[in-house]
Write a protein that binds this ligand. Structure first.
Ligand code: NAD
Length: 260
């Protein structure tokens, strides 16, 4: 990594939502580790805890279980982290869920149950993360979430997730406004498509990958490394004046209307 960026990289923070080495959170964690940032992981269940424990590159990191759909889990997580580490500099929220049966077909077939669950896990959780992370960021900090182009334009099969991501992007602006007085910045990276556990649930995902590769000005799809570097910048002091933004890291795909 670029030595100068590393000089201003955050000291210590929490990564939420790393399931395996294919996760976007893995790319972010890897770049931060290269900058000597101390990482604390929060994962959905013991199954994912064991996965991280088996990763040599994060062997010195502590891993906590936090199911964001469970009342009290997020509050408890930041309480424990505050007691153990005092203060932190950042949180990465890289979490989303929808029943994969509803990531295909018509959006109007979305069930009330899945709509509420997807919104709860993928959007509301960021609000609660901000509320409790603020308590362990007395000197300010940076909170980052992950969005996707399906929040802005219709993407086949993305359905309820597109609606949830639109709400997430609006949340970023409200949360950035609320937390500005505490010198806490809140931003989102709108990442281009990457094959992961979550994205493999979206119907026709390989077609989306192919489409975006052809459409993007850079002529390729993004990598976890691209996302990791952009996120490290946003978490670093180089981005000290950026808050409430949705930054596209998609090889430029979103700027292209029509391509021959
Ligand atoms: P992933 O499956 O690796 O990560 C999703 C994570 O969400 C998993 O670690 C899972 O355990 C976690 N999660 C789900 N329900 C949870 C709960 N109740 N409590 C705690 N954690 C829970 O997939 P990913 O693609 O790396 O997704 C990370 C983020 O990036 C998501 O917000 C996703 O929407 C977003 N994103 C992904 C893509 C893509 O193409 N992969 C593109 C843009 C944005």
């Amino acid at each position: 990594m670029n030595g100068n960026l590393c000089n201003l990289a955050p000291r210590i923070g929490v990564i939420m939502g790393m399931a395996n080495e294919y996760s976007i959170a893995y790319g972010i964690a890897k770049t931060l580790t290269e900058c000597n940032t101390k990482l604390i992981f929060a994962v959905q269940s013991d199954r994912f805890k064991q996965k991280i424990a088996d990763m040599e590159e994060f062997k010195n990191s502590e891993v906590f279980v936090c199911d964001v759909s469970q009342e009290g889990d997020i509050e408890k997580l930041f309480d424990v982290i505050g007691n153990l580490y005092g203060s932190i500099d950042f949180v990465v929220h890289s979490i989303a869920f929808s029943d994969r049966k509803e990531l295909q077909g018509k959006y109007y077939d979305t069930s009330r149950g899945n709509f509420l669950n997807a919104m709860n896990i993928s959007c509301y959780s960021l609000t609660e993360v901000c509320k409790y992370a603020k308590e362990v960021m007395p000197n300010g900090g940076s909170i980052l979430t992950l969005s996707y182009y399906g929040a802005e334009k219709v993407v086949p099969n993305y359905n309820v997730m597109g609606v949830v991501k639109a709400a997430l992007e609006a949340s970023v602006r409200y949360l950035a406004s609320d937390l500005g007085e505490f010198n806490i910045r809140v931003n989102a990276v709108s990442a281009g498509p990457i094959k992961t556990l979550a994205s493999s649930g979206v119907g026709g995902f390989s077609k989306i990958l192919e489409y975006e590769q052809n459409r993007s000005p850079l002529g390729r799809n993004v990598t976890k490394d691209d996302i990791g570097k952009a996120c490290t910048f946003l978490l670093s002091d180089f981005a000290s004046g950026i808050t409430g933004e949705i930054i596209h890291v998609d090889c430029g795909s979103n700027i292209v209307g029509v391509k021959f």
